[in-house]
Design a protein around this ligand. Structure first.
Ligand SMILES: NC(=O)c1ccc[n+]([C@@H]2O[C@H](COP(=O)([O-])OP(=O)(O)OC[C@H]3O[C@@H](n4cnc5c(N)ncnc54)[C@H](OP(=O)(O)O)[C@@H]3O)[C@@H](O)[C@H]2O)c1
Length: 291
């Protein structure tokens, strides 16, 4: 893809920031970089990047400013220290955080007459700039339209809307799902090992079963959105009994059921509230945020 080589700034040269800067350099963009520990800029400078002495100096170098810092607090701290340079810039913040963090930084950017895009990266540093990388954006539609070609160098970009918190909202939810699945996977391997089955023996069958189970998530999603949990199939009472059996088996094997017990407690709550005939998806009613 050929792009006009506008100047680009990358703030934060950790694993992600270095990969971002390398991608822009590879595609011919004059790239200014800043990192709290200057040594991390050296390899990029050897490849043509311009080092900035301060974050403000880096931000002053061009309109498009990508931020990849450890966490929202670090991003706020660094940007606040460079506030005088922010006006007229497009901040693309790829630092992981929650929707509230993104909205607060978007408001701060607006107060300083800058445009804000939040980006949630689905890649590892090695895949940035390849077809295996994707980034969800939300925030300024104008900024996304203006810079989508350049941002497209990093990976497939999807714009999710003008609420700056929306990309993070998806992101933290998706990652919560991922960690839940990892917790289940790790518990499964511990139980399998206790039964004399190695993790590598178990995993292909587990993956096959999980893969076959995935379509049920779309059915559950419709039930959750419609608030209609009626089912003729696997209801909460049946799942309560099934999960109790698995927890007992786990404990009998000496594997503490610490990843399973919270799920059982949620099912128990719904059954106790009289919803035993409802679908498993009704558990979400025990997880609703307070109004
Ligand atoms: N790596 C990935 O695959 C990946 C994928 C998706 C999203 N992300 C997100 O991208 C962000 C960066 O990830 P990373 O992998 O690049 O992390 P990393 O390698 O740990 O780098 C962290 C960066 O933050 C800087 N930093 C930390 N605290 C700071 C502070 N108080 N003031 C100034 N700079 C500070 C560090 O500077 P020093 O070098 O001076 O310590 C370094 O540049 C994270 O929010 C991460 O969740 C990463």
């Amino acid at each position: 893809m050929s792009t006009t080589p506008e100047p680009v700034t990358v703030i934060g040269l950790g694993n992600l920031g270095r990969a971002l800067a390398e991608t822009f350099l590879r595609n011919g963009h004059p790239t200014t970089v800043w990192n709290r520990s200057p040594a991390k800029a050296e390899a990029l400078v050897a490849r043509g990047a311009t080092p900035a002495a301060t974050a403000a100096e880096a931000i002053a170098a061009g309109e498009l400013v990508l931020v990849a810092l450890l966490d929202p607090a670090a991003a706020r701290e660094v940007l606040a220290g460079a506030a005088e340079a922010i006006r007229g810039r497009v901040l693309v913040n790829l630092t992981s955080g929650g929707p509230k963090d993104a909205r607060e930084l978007a408001d701060w950017a607006a107060e300083h007459e800058a445009q804000y895009l939040h980006g949630a990266v689905y890649a590892v540093p090695q895949t940035i700039g390849t077809i295996e990388s994707s980034v969800n954006y939300s925030g300024s539609a104008e900024a996304h339209r203006r810079w989508q070609t350049q941002l497209g160098l990093l990976g497939k970009g999807t714009f999710l809307g003008t609420d700056a918190g929306r990309a993070s909202g998806y992101d933290v939810a998706i990652l919560a799902g991922m960690y839940g699945m990892l917790g289940g996977f790790l518990h499964a391997t511990a139980m399998a090992q206790a039964a004399g089955v190695s993790a590598t023996e178990l995993t292909p069958m587990l993956v096959s079963w999980l893969t076959d189970s995935f379509p049920a998530l779309s059915t559950f999603a419709k039930e959750i959105d419609n608030g209609d949990y009626s089912t003729e199939e696997s209801n909460l009472v049946m799942n309560q009994a099934g999960l109790a059996t698995i927890i007992q088996a786990s404990q009998a094997q000496g594997v503490p059921a610490v990843t399973l017990n919270p799920v059982k407690e949620l099912i128990d709550q719904q059954v106790a509230a009289g919803h035993g005939a409802a679908s498993l998806a009704r558990v979400v009613e025990s997880l609703r945020s307070e109004p």
